[in-house]
Design a protein around this ligand. Sequence first.
Ligand code: C2E
Ligand code: CA
Ligand code: CA
Length: 666
Amino acid sequence: MTEHILAQRYLFSVEAIVFSLLSLWLWLFYRGYGRQYVKFWTFSLIALACSYTSLALQDNAIIWSSTPFSQLILLTLEQLSKYSYLFLLLGGVHSAVSNISFSNKRVLSFVFFASLLSLLTLMAFLLADISLFNRFYIHVSLQNFIFGCCFLFLSFYLLTTKKKHFSNITLMIFALIIGLRYLLYSFASILFMGEESFADATYFLTFFDAGSNTVLAFIMLIWMQSSERYTAINAVRRAQYLGKHDSLTGVLNREQALEKLETEMPKALQTDQRLCICLIDMKRFKFVNDTYGLKTGDYILGEIANRLTDSVLMPKVVGRLSGDSFLFVIETPNQQQLDNSLEHIHQLIARPYEYNAQNIIISCSIGYCFYPKHADLAEDLLQKANLALHHAENNHLASVLFIDGMHTQGRKLILVEQEIKQAFTNNELILHFQPQLNLITNRLEGVEALVRWQHPEKGLLAPDQFLPDIESLGLNNKLDNYVLDKACQAIAHWHEKYKRRVTIAINMSAMEFQNPKLINNIQSLLFKYNIPPKYIDLEITENVVMTDINTAMDTIIILQNMGIKVSIDDFGTGYSSLAYLRALPIDKIKIDRSFITEVTINDSDLTIVKSMIELSHGLGKRVLAEGVENADQLNLLRNIGCDAVQGYFISRPLDESSIAKFLKRK
Ligand code: C2E
Ligand code: CA
Ligand code: CA
């Protein structure tokens, strides 16, 4: 018997060392990957090492004799660490399988539960009048019963999980065997406690447990390795997917869509099929973005991608080429079917989009061409479909087939792009300045910078002749930054020449106002030209502000804190009300020209203008009226309390030299 005890002690000591080392290994693993389940398992192995340590130090006969205090401590430690090992193991598996992170509170409740169970054992030993058999039941039978149930439960839990890997199944089988071992032993301990064969079985199980625990530790290691590999493979797959697909909508991006089209072309030739290459562009999508916000816009694009992909037309290719334009390729044997298909696409897009309890409706234009009729290369097909699309958009047609004459139009657009880019580099874009008159002081309030294009051939062009092109080429930001720079140059120049500072109002486009670099940009310009911020007045149109009121608010607050002024341009033409603007820390509201034109002869316009002024003043904002063309309008506006005016009656927009004279005069 003493030999047995010695052998057991050696075994327990070896196990304590083995599990300490394994837990150290797991800890290193945890440091590397930071997964919570690895942390759980690390501590569960530490607990196991603790329980073996206390077993190695324990006197085996303590159950049957009166127990010295040191042994009691060891016993409690053993129980506590065993239960902790069990709960941490289970918690770790749950966290690994379900990807859930436990809160500290949950972990504490595990510890509490383990402590409670070990205290129960301690009580059995402390209360002398409890019979020795009760000690045995609580120390051995109950513990084995709990372990048995928990392992069987674990096995069942793993059986019901969806993800089944090798390590998953191994652990499931392992838990089943171990669960049965504990449960059977628990029953056997009650039935055959005193018998010789039971003592032999117990001795055998000590070795069995040591072995199985080691196996368990290795299952954990295998689990971690394969789980991390799985995660890594997933990450690589996702990266590959995103490389090929548009990350917003999940459909192919431009490059991939073209590639896919190229692979579909020879197939169509072989089967004698005709491919219809459709370019679908959403009408006024910018308006959706401006009105409902970018998030809604993103949602709608994703939804459009889904609808196109799942369409009954069984497209060969679906891809997003840019912002709101999609490539959609189908097989179309005859004209009747083609007409039906195009109609179907329009209906698909026109079905309302529901987002945040809003029903949004959009429509699209389609330009299309055929393979092999119109071109042999994917790139050329796309270009032709694009020309047809431009034709559809310009002429407000739903669907347009490419025809040869469209070439020249397309070339015009490419030419315009080159011209505009040259205009920027050659400084052909110049600023004119229109004075604004302060009606309270009767002095100059500031000037508004208005862009013109000094075209080398066509002469001086007004903004409406080239701004739409700039916008459709996506060059708004470039223009705004260009104008900002030129305006700051002008302020600095006037200050140097006439020793006076003039406030410049600068028009900002919607996009620029959402550009996070705007603030830095302005700051560096102010620094570069040494301009106090209060001489800059940014004009943003009402719709820009309402697009995304939160972003607008943040930007305006930062600008205001910098000392820059912000005005709302074209007020009254949008769909917001003054109540919305109350929250915005803006300085000035510019009443749109359309209200002023007939203000002296049209009663309802007068009423509107009056109430705009009253409301604005009530909110502490100043009011400027645009488009004042005669003395009657000016006097009337002065009488109803308007703060400032701007218009041909005061002065037309003036070029640099004329405004210089104007400034000298005033
Ligand atoms: P806006 O900001 O409302 O500018 C006022 C427009 O009204 C100017 O036209 C100006 O010449 C015109 N105007 C001023 N007083 C009178 C008047 O008494 N009667 C009439 N009938 N018109 C008057 P412009 O210069 O053709 O500019 C048109 C629009 O182009 C501007 O409208 C603005 O939205 C845009 N724009 C002009 N310059 C820039 C710029 O530098 N950047 C940006 N993003 N937009 C600009
Ligand atoms: Ca303006
Ligand atoms: Ca305006």
